[in-house]
Design a binder for this molecule. Structure first.
Ligand SMILES: [Cu+2]
Length: 158
């Protein structure tokens, strides 16, 4: 091969490498910006010792607007409170989930809702239930001897 052809080939790969470095820097910046992952802000910090005594709303579901709900959920060893929640298809639900004891995982089977429930933080996640049925709320962070029984229910009706 001609020497100039080889240089062009090498130069091409050098530009490609520089481009990849720039792409990775953009990814790192995106990650650190907090848009890529859940990062709790000060408003979502909570004293876990007060979760059961008024520092967090009693576990319940409330309708804040027609078809819009807020659900306050406590994950504790080894239950979800409330243990059952009922919605209608198309309802937009914002879950606020916290733990008074150890770390749990709030996973709604059959959806992409899967958040860590960390003592001292209130996890916030919003979803719209599009299909009717019974969804299990499964703890997917090992939390102790009764972990496998930590299952709640969400019933979505037509
Ligand atoms: Cu668990």
């Amino acid at each position: 091969m001609d020497k100039h052809v080889i240089e062009a080939y090498e130069r091409g790969w050098m530009y490609f490498s520089l481009l990849m470095i720039l792409v990775f820097l953009v990814f790192i910046g995106y990650t650190l910006s907090g848009y890529a992952f859940y990062v709790p802000d000060a408003a979502r910090r909570i004293d876990p010792t007060t979760v059961r005594t008024g520092g967090f709303p009693q576990p319940h579901v409330e309708e804040v607007a027609p078809g819009k709900y807020q659900a306050y959920v406590i994950g504790q060893a080894f239950t979800w409170l409330p243990s059952e929640m009922r919605f209608k298809v198309g309802d937009e639900v914002t879950f606020f989930v916290t733990s008074p004891d150890v770390q749990h995982g709030f996973y709604i089977h059959g959806t992409n809702i899967n958040v860590q429930v960390i003592p001292g933080e209130v996890a916030k996640v919003k979803t719209t239930f599009k299909r009717p049925g019974e969804y299990l709320v499964i703890c997917n962070e090992y939390c102790g001897i009764g972990h496998q029984n930590m299952i709640g229910r969400i019933v979505v009706e037509e």
